[in-house]
Design a protein around this ligand. Structure first.
Ligand SMILES: Nc1ncnc2c1ncn2[C@@H]1O[C@H](COP(=O)(O)OP(=O)(O)O)[C@@H](O)[C@H]1O
Ligand SMILES: [Mg+2]
Length: 449
């Protein structure tokens, strides 16, 4: 039987070494006199001795950083020396299966039995995350601090603050040895997970601020570093959220066919239907009408995948297809709009599951075909972005049909993260075909960075 690399690593990482720098720092000491200049890290010495209250207190302290504080920088540099550990989805499924199998108990018994049965795996996973996440965060903090242009944007500095906050808290996190420790860590991580939920929109704001500042004067090619930075940033964010999300989901009562976030019987057809319903609502809200979505091909297919991510990709593609269709074909005569066609393709020995979303919405000019993969490009009304991004507390549920400019690049990052691909073929003057290639997650050889 194949023993996954990550599962081995989970074991290896069981006992976490504390950082030599942190060892010097007063962790969880009794409160001392307040008043001296406090640095971010050493600020801890003023906090309560209560094991987790320091974490809660820090949570309120997210702030912007134009430069990384010196003592944090030392730590960031230390962690940047470490390589991040790739994890195979197979390992994550295995870890979950292990706990799920033992937890036949759960169906008959109590949640306590469930906890104790899966406790060991969860403790290993928690220790792995507590080691691994700071390494990943450190690389991003370093990147956020160095990226030209973007580094000066207020929203990017706030994101840096969120990352620094989580990084320091994770580095300082104590040992996780018992079930109680593990439960406390899950609670802590869940709060961090929530805290990072709006990083996507924060970074979109950063891109918007940059565009405003540059007054759209900068050539796209000059922003190559920014594009590469954003690709790295989002790719890494997906990795972090998959790892943390899978661990947190494994702690929930399992749903039928689910292992953590992975659904062993993900149905592309059902997800297209859901995404079509969502996109239709958004399109109708914007234009008062929406094209029909026709789904053909392997409508019966199910395969292991994380439905949330596939839904995200499909929703972005359908929103784009609907917008293009309405903008090209809507007229006063009330003629039906040409439908958006979705095809699901798969045969027994196919390498990938492939989904095509095709519209006849007029296509994309060849000169724009490269730009559509930029987080800084949209042809939607700039007012949309101003309204949405300018409002700090905007509800992401009410996101606009188009205009933020990152639907395609983020979707491609999701597809690529799971070893798939997203490509766009376009016939200017006719329409656009988007192809999503999805690698099967059950392949034991696949690793995710
Ligand atoms: N199906 C499509 N038909 C025509 N143009 C498209 C299509 N999909 C994407 N585009 C072009 O690519 C741009 C970027 O798309 P996207 O990344 O989804 O951001 P947004 O939709 O917020 O503008 C769109 O503004 C549009 O100009
Ligand atoms: Mg879009």
């Amino acid at each position: 039987m194949i023993r996954s690399i990550a599962a081995n690593r989970l074991r290896i990482c069981g006992g976490r070494k504390s950082s030599p720098i942190l060892a010097k720092l007063p962790v969880r000491q009794q409160p001392q006199s307040v008043g001296a200049e406090r640095s971010y890290v050493t600020g801890y010495q003023y906090r309560s001795a209560n094991k987790y209250s320091s974490v809660a207190a820090l949570d309120d302290e997210v702030r912007s950083y134009d430069t990384i504080p010196e003592d944090v920088m030392e730590l960031v540099e230390e962690y940047c020396q470490k390589k991040q550990t790739p994890v195979s989805m197979h390992a994550l499924v295995k870890a979950g299966r292990h706990s799920a199998d033992n937890d036949n108990l759960m169906r008959n018994g109590s949640l306590n039995q469930y906890s104790s049965a899966s406790g060991k795996v969860l403790i290993q996973a928690a220790n792995f995350l507590c080691d691994e996440l700071p390494v990943r965060l450190a690389h991003r903090i370093n990147d956020l601090d160095k990226v030209p242009f973007m580094r000066d944007m207020p929203s990017v500095q706030l994101v840096k603050g969120i990352y620094i906050n989580s990084f320091v808290d994770l580095v300082r996190y104590g040992s996780i040895a018992t079930n109680e420790d593990e439960a406390a860590f899950a609670h802590f991580l869940n709060k961090k997970y929530e805290k990072h939920a709006n990083v996507l929109i924060q970074m979109a704001r950063g891109a918007y601020e940059l565009r405003q500042q540059q007054n759209d004067q900068v050539e796209f090619s000059q922003l190559q570093d920014c594009h590469e930075f954003l690709d790295r940033f989002y790719m890494s964010r997906i990795g972090i959220r998959v790892l943390a999300g899978q661990y947190l989901a494994l702690r929930q009562t399992p749903l039928p066919d689910y292992i953590g976030m992975i659904c062993l019987r993900t149905s592309p057809y059902e997800l297209v239907r859901q995404a079509a319903r969502d996109a239709t609502k958004m399109c109708q809200r914007k234009y008062g009408e929406a094209p029909e979505v026709q789904i053909n091909g392997r409508t019966d297919l199910t395969f292991p995948y994380i439905p949330t991510y596939l839904h995200y990709i499909l929703l972005e593609l359908l929103k784009n297809a609907m917008r293009a269709t309405v903008e090209r074909h809507s007229d006063a005569t009330g003629r039906a709009l040409p439908p958006v066609q979705v095809i699901v393709a798969d045969e027994h020995d196919n390498e990938d599951v492939v989904i095509k979303v095709a519209d006849v919405g007029g296509g994309i000019p060849r000169s724009n075909l490269k730009k559509v993969w930029s987080y800084l490009f949209t042809t939607a009304d700039p007012k949309i972005q101003e309204d949405f991004i300018g409002d700090r507390d905007h509800d992401a549920q009410n996101s606009p049909l188009a205009g933020l400019g990152f639907g395609l690049p983020i979707s491609r990052s999701y597809a690529r993260y799971f070893n798939g691909e997203l490509t766009i073929m376009s016939m200017e003057g006719w329409g656009t075909d988007a192809y999503v290639h999805l690698a099967r997650l059950e392949d034991p050889d696949q690793e995710f960075s």
